[in-house]
Design a protein around this ligand. Structure first.
Ligand SMILES: NC(=O)c1ccc[n+]([C@@H]2O[C@H](COP(=O)([O-])OP(=O)(O)OC[C@H]3O[C@@H](n4cnc5c(N)ncnc54)[C@H](OP(=O)(O)O)[C@@H]3O)[C@@H](O)[C@H]2O)c1
Length: 336
């Protein structure tokens, strides 16, 4: 019998609005009674933690995310929030883990299954964000070449990939982001057709009319709120809105998008929410092979932003709501 220490970050109490560092704490617990040779359990050593804004919904007293999928279940203050759900895709998970090492495994079958996922580093960075971007864009938005696509939080983890997939497919793509530097990145390195800083705009309906004089065909929504309202006003007939995130609502309980439903009806707009778990194995395989190819030939740019050490996690997480991150936010917490 062997004992290991498990270090983890938890919340001190429920978080209903802006997260702040003092609301989190780091704890250590001893894991007792580790694996016997015939055990079906494995212990996963996390190497990298993916920092995701949607986790805020798990920290609230109540959110519809908590009853939708196991990965979004409620986090109990003060506890190690169990735990290491090793899914078919073999992502160990405290928050969400994109890389893993099995340090103890009782049953060889588990080891083999886990090792079936030989991801290159860059593909594992793109990981779930890429699947959401790829699946959401192609399966939900059903693009046609030449269509006009708008993406919000466009320098973020999911959205920068949506814009890149849309450009590679042959669409006209405009993104919005919260700083001039992010806008420059979108138009430069990521080759978006155009970009703007939404914080400098006072009338989002007019802003979008300026960037899309002939209307928007597809909107990939990561933020909800005012931007979603303005998009619906600028949407073309048979427009599609893929709703994956609503970050502007997460920490502002008083604000929700109020859509003009007459627009939705008469323009026959489809608005569809979705989760990364909605995609089939075939769609995942398609995403993996296309993306691997794009990354290998240098057509798809991987934006990652890494911080180091478990202690930095609260600061890194809060940064998502303070517009500090560009691309996929990751914290490396251990060496292989
Ligand atoms: N449904 C799910 O299960 C699930 C899972 C994962 C992610 N998501 C959602 O997908 C969206 C994108 O996630 P991600 O991981 O790619 O995050 P991300 O875009 O990398 O990071 C969040 C970005 O959102 C923008 N932002 C922050 N507060 C905002 C506000 N009040 N209004 C407008 N924009 C704001 C900031 O960019 P700017 O500086 O450009 O404003 C920030 O960098 C999020 O809404 C996330 O919750 C959903």
């Amino acid at each position: 019998m062997e004992a290991l220490k498990n270090k983890f970050i938890t919340i001190k109490s429920r978080i209903e609005d802006e997260p702040q560092e003092f609301m989190f704490e780091i704890k250590t617990q001893t894991i007792l009674g580790l694996l016997e040779p015939e055990s079906n359990d494995v212990i996963v050593k996390c190497l990298y933690i993916s920092i995701d804004p949607a986790q805020i919904n798990r920290m609230k007293k109540q959110s519809s995310s908590q009853t939708s999928v196991a990965q979004a279940s409620e986090i109990t203050p003060g506890m190690w929030n169990i735990p290491l759900t090793v899914t078919g895709k073999c992502n160990g998970e405290t928050w969400v883990v994109t890389e893993y090492t099995i340090v103890k495994g009782g049953n060889m079958l588990w080891k083999l299954e886990a090792m079936e996922f030989p991801l290159s580093y860059h593909i594992s960075v793109i990981g779930t964000s890429g699947l959401i971007a790829y699946g959401g864009f192609f399966q939900i938005c059903r693009p046609k070449k030449g269509e006009k696509v708008f993406v919000s939080a466009a320098a973020g983890s999911v959205a920068n990939l949506v814009g890149q997939y849309a450009k590679l497919f042959g669409c006209y793509v405009v993104g919005c982001a919260g700083t001039k530097e992010k806008g420059d990145l979108l138009k430069g390195k990521l080759k978006f057709d155009d970009a703007f800083n939404y914080k400098e705009e006072t009338d989002l309906i007019s802003t979008l009319r300026r960037y899309f004089p002939n209307g928007i065909d597809i909107y990939f929504d990561n933020v909800g709120g005012d931007m979603l309202e303005a998009v619906v006003a600028n949407m073309n007939t048979y427009g599609r809105v893929a709703v994956y995130g609503a970050i502007s609502d997460y920490t502002n309980l008083g604000k929700r998008a109020t859509l003009n439903m007459i627009d939705v009806i008469y323009k026959r707009i489809i608005i569809k929410g979705f989760l990364s778990t909605d995609f089939s194995l075939n769609e995942i395989k398609d995403f993996m092979s296309t993306t691997t190819n794009y990354v290998c030939v240098g057509k798809l740019c991987v934006l990652e932003n890494i911080s180091y050490g478990i202690e930095i996690i609260p600061y890194a997480f809060i940064g998502l709501f303070q517009w500090r991150n560009v691309g996929k936010k990751i914290v490396q917490i251990a060496e292989e």
